[in-house]
Write a protein that binds this ligand. Structure first.
Ligand code: FAD
Ligand code: SF4
Length: 489
């Protein structure tokens, strides 16, 4: 423990975010880091707890409490406080293989369970992680580490999201020859085409992918297994296959008027926006523009927030975000004690930006869409909603409409961001892979083996829609399971 009284002396300072009025003018990252000296002060707040809940990664009440990849948090906090940045990097990289991703986009369950959070603000762990890895890149400490020997066995990883990248990294380092197949034109999965550039600059992904190529991983893009590359070919040419194809089927809304033009799934909007930005700085105009439109985002989660922030950068006329669930509390409820993941109302970057431009938080809770109406050309023009009320009956939550709360909202662009319901059917049907009751790939956590011999599954495709940090956890663990299979086969 660097400074025993640090937690008493210093207050928490979070990321130095750019001001909303400044950041909405471009697509550059909005999180900024404190200076090295200030980061050291933040690291001094860590109490080096006897039981560091921050790094446990246990599931309490259905959510992760502590870091799912078991980062050695008190150790690197201590080293940063002492100014031993290189050793802090060595310690960080023992458990965290892509800290430059998690340091930017992770919701930080570690901070939710930090002991300091019991009666003060948690240690700014995520920022310390990002500061270490960015210093490591700047100092040239992050180097490709190809394996010294090759086993002669080959593995195909299908999908290049965080699960696929983590799995490929570990298998390659263990000496297997790994080829990653990706149907998109760029590597990274939702890191590349889901999370917008202002949260995660795409050069950060390319920087890591270049290192992985140097380590010997082969990336094959524009190649969809089961479409323009036959399944039989990978089964024949590789000793094992790991499927990391994500949970890509969006939840649908079947209300009247759904067929109108101008109603899109969030991922159509976000993917095209980033692709056009990277291809031509939006000059090719191959994206769905929100400019001068009344935009309604249905879904109050992270994906919805990314749609809000993207629409604001396009120059939308107005923005609303509807959520069917009630507004979470500002402080922990007694039913949600530490160290559980705190279920609180978070005002994220998109909501801050809406408040700056339009003077209010765009979110409306307990709001249900009833119908879309359109103009004579078949374009959406209006969205009708009603307020709902939730009650618990026989242990299950039920909702009922509140009479007299019907409302109409002008809408020129509607973005559906209500989550994902599982992986796509085609590849799994062709491979004869069994699904579980939630339609995800059936493969036990820890074993990751599917019902087809030599075929494994990891990430959102196996656990359902989740987080980058869980995809990394699963990719690494599936690599271990696949390696054990290859040793025995
Ligand atoms: C808009 C959005 C924002 C998000 N923001 C955050 C965030 O801020 N923080 C966070 O922690 N999590 C966030 N998430 C969740 C996180 O991105 C996912 O949990 C994570 O990316 C899942 O990783 P994965 O590798 O399992 O799948 P994915 O990242 O979905 O990658 C799967 C890849 O497989 C490819 N693929 C699919 N089928 C085939 C095939 N047949 N052949 C070849 N390739 C194929 C796909 O093209 C894709 O590139 C967000 C999700 C979305 C949608
Ligand atoms: S729980 Fe918080 S204070 Fe305790 S070791 Fe982890 S980061 Fe430090």
């Amino acid at each position: 423990m660097g400074k025993p009284t640090g937690f008493l002396e210093y207050e928490r300072s979070g990321f130095l975010d750019r001001e909303p009025g400044d950041r909405i003018k471009d697509w550059k990252e909005f999180h900024g880091l404190l200076s090295d000296d200030d980061i050291k002060i933040q690291a001094a707040r860590c109490m080096n707890c006897g039981i560091p809940f921050c790094q446990t990664g246990k599931i309490y009440a259905g959510a992760a409490s502590g870091c799912p990849i078991n980062n050695l948090i008190p150790d690197f906090n201590d080293l940063v406080y002492m100014g031993a940045w290189k050793t802090a990097y060595d310690v960080l990289s023992k458990e965290s293989i892509f800290p430059e991703f998690t340091g930017r986009v992770c919701p930080a369950p570690c901070e939710g369970s930090c002991t300091l959070g019991l009666d003060r603000e948690a240690v700014t762990i995520k920022q310390i992680e990002l500061a270490i890895i960015e210093k490591a890149f700047a100092e040239g400490w992050v180097r490709a580490t190809p394996p010294k020997e090759r086993t002669g066995k080959k593995v195909a990883v299908v999908g290049s999201g965080p699960a696929g990248l983590a799995c490929a990294t570990e298998l390659n380092r263990a000496g297997y020859s790994v080829t990653v197949y990706e149907r998109n034109d760029r590597v990274g999965g939702l890191l590349m085409y889901g999370i917008p550039a202002m949260k995660l600059d795409k050069s950060i992904i390319e920087r890591r992918v270049k290192l992985l190529e140097k380590e010997g991983i082969k990336f094959v893009i524009n190649t969809e297994i089961g479409k323009n590359h036959p399944v039989e070919k990978i089964l024949k040419n590789f000793d094992a296959v790991v499927l990391c194809c994500g949970s890509t089927r969006p939840r649908e809304l079947t209300q009247d008027g759904r067929e109108l033009q101008g109603i899109h799934f969030a991922m159509e909007f976000l993917h095209a926006n980033t692709k056009s930005l990277l291809d031509s700085n939006h000059k090719d105009k191959k994206f769905i523009s929100a400019k001068d439109k009344n935009v309604i985002v249905i879904g109050g989660g992270d994906t919805g927030t990314d749609c809000v922030a993207t629409s604001i950068r396009h120059g939308c006329k107005g923005i609303k975000q509807f959520e069917i669930l009630p507004c979470p509390p500002l402080e922990r409820a007694s039913t949600n004690p530490w160290p559980e993941w705190p279920k609180l109302l978070i005002t994220d970057y998109g909501q801050e930006e809406s408040a700056h431009v339009f003077g209010s938080d765009p979110r409306h809770f307990v709001t249900m869409t009833r119908e879309f109406t359109g103009d004579k050309n078949g374009n959406v023009k209006e969205l009708k909603t009603v307020q709902i009320e939730w009650t618990k009956k026989d242990g299950r939550f039920e909702y009922a409409e509140v009479p007299g709360t019907e409302k109409s909202w002008p809408a020129d662009l509607v973005l559906l961001a209500m989550g994902f319901i599982g992986p796509e059917d085609k590849l799994l049907e062709e491979m004869g892979i069994e699904r579980d009751e939630r339609s995800n790939v059936k493969a036990e956590y820890g074993k990751f083996a599917t019902n087809v011999k030599g075929v494994f599954a990891a990430g959102d495709m196996r656990r359902g829609q989740s987080l980058v940090v869980w995809a990394i956890n699963e990719g690494r663990a599936a690599a271990k399971a696949c390696g054990e299979f290859l040793i025995q086969s």
